[in-house]
Design a protein around this ligand. Structure first.
Ligand code: ATP
Ligand code: MG
Length: 395
């Protein structure tokens, strides 16, 4: 019996109770079981049940049909989200990507057979009983990532599983079981059939793993990098010595990865990342580049605000050193303003003082005023700014 104690399990056990009281079977599956057995914190719960989506909807107040075509709904229970999937078997796979359909099953056994790796194919009942049909617990001990069933078949069904294998290698610090690794190397080319969005979400997680360096080494060794946007040249640029654990956010990690590309914007667009991430990642890279030449100054800290620490972490990774926030903290505490909005004047003030037409000069003038204020040349007061501006415009 596995003890399901602690706050994290409270709501989850209640959701399982609602399902079992209504006469259905229900289990915790996937990453939550794996992490519980490893003694790691559980971030989100995937549940599997004999209840069909329309039956789940009847049992809970808030249910979002997040993946109805696969029999998945999200139950929102006291603000917590649970992905609940009906026991299912996947029908014949098409195009190395997805099943042509799913059929619902009455019991958990068949559902575990369709799962990717042994360590991901265990189920836990609410009483703490472990169902482990494929030796998942043993593989957790051996620190091995092994497919459920023949790896060649499983990778040919859904090529994304190859990248998932390396993602779990990265997160857990495990190795690939020999046959799984061989099949991966042989079939890496099939990844070209997988939608970039699916690759992206696995790479985001891979980048955050504690064994990310081994993961990149494995990506190259298995030639998977050839089928990932913009990474085919990685063999020549990847430095195994860098410590990516210094990076703290998803944006920092994508910024680091894109810094190896000739054009980071094109690279990030190829990965179909949201514009907000692209914009922010490029900003971090631009400012890091400036800091590399000029060091941290009022200007660079101000332009980076509030992400100067992110830039410093990127620089630390590149220079293979620890990040040092002393200068950033000191400058930040002394900055007169932290954004354009905090200036004592607006563009409209400038236009009315000058009786001039709006135009590009307003943006230029505001930028000059910002620089003068943050470097202490003028006070952040309307009168000083107005005087200084008059002089600046006649220059
Ligand atoms: P995490 O902790 O990152 O959520 P996870 O193992 O829960 O890891 P998910 O992507 O949430 O991973 O998937 C949940 C479970 O669904 C997996 O553990 C696995 O059993 C199954 N699964 C997910 N994707 C696939 C796939 N492509 N092929 C087969 N099984 C899959
Ligand atoms: Mg999960």
């Amino acid at each position: 019996m596995i003890a399901l104690k602690g706050e994290a399990f409270e709501s989850c056990l209640e959701v399982l109770n609602v399902l079992t009281k209504a006469g259905y079977d229900a289990y915790i599956v996937g990453g939550a079981v794996r992490n519980t057995l490893l003694g790691l914190p559980v971030a989100d719960f995937d549940l599997a049940t004999s209840a069909k989506p329309e039956e789940i909807v009847q049992l809970f107040d808030k249910v979002v049909p997040t993946g109805l075509e696969h029999g998945t709904v999200t139950v929102i229970y006291f603000d917590e989200h649970f992905e609940v999937t009906t026991f299912r078997a996947d029908q014949k796979y098409m195009n190395f990507r997805h099943p042509s359909g799913v059929s619902y099953l009455g019991s958990i056994e068949g559902d575990l057979a369709r799962r990717d790796f042994t360590i991901n194919s265990m189920a836990l009942s609410k009483e703490g009983e472990l169902i482990d049909l494929y030796g998942g617990e043993k593989d957790l001990e051996l620190k091995l990532i092994r497919t459920v069933g023949n790896p060649v078949h499983r990778f040919r069904e859904d090529a994304l599983r190859m990248l998932r294998a390396i993602r779990f290698l990265s997160i857990l610090g495990f190795s690939l079981e020999k046959k799984t690794e061989e099949a991966l190397t042989e079939n890496a080319i099939l990844l070209k059939h997988v939608a970039v969005e699916r690759l992206q979400s696995e790479v985001s997680k891979l980048l955050a793993g504690k064994a990310v360096n081994s993961a990149f080494t494995q990506l190259i060794l298995s030639r998977v990098h050839h089928y990932l946007p913009g990474l085919s040249e990685m063999t020549s640029t990847f430095n195994e010595e860098v410590d990516l654990s210094i990076l703290e956010t998803e944006i920092e990690r994508w910024a680091w990865l894109s810094s190896h590309a000739d054009n980071p914007v094109t690279f990030l667009k190829e990965w179909r990342l949201p514009n907000s991430i692209i914009k922010q990642a490029v900003r971090l890279l631009t400012i890091s580049g400036e800091v590399q030449h000029e060091g941290w100054s009022n200007r660079t800290v101000y332009d980076a605000f509030p992400y100067a620490q992110s830039c410093e972490r990127l620089l630390a990774v590149n220079d293979q050193r620890e990040p040092n926030f002393t200068k950033i903290d000191q400058i930040t505490s002394e900055l007169v303003i932290t954004s354009r909005e905090k200036l004592a004047v607006t563009g409209n003030d400038l236009i009315s003082w000058d009786q001039s037409k709006p135009g590009p000069w307003v943006g230029e003038a505001i930028r000059e005023i910002e620089l003068a204020v943050i470097t202490g040349k003028i006070k952040n007061e309307k009168s000083s700014i107005r005087r200084w501006l008059k002089q600046w415009r006649t220059q």
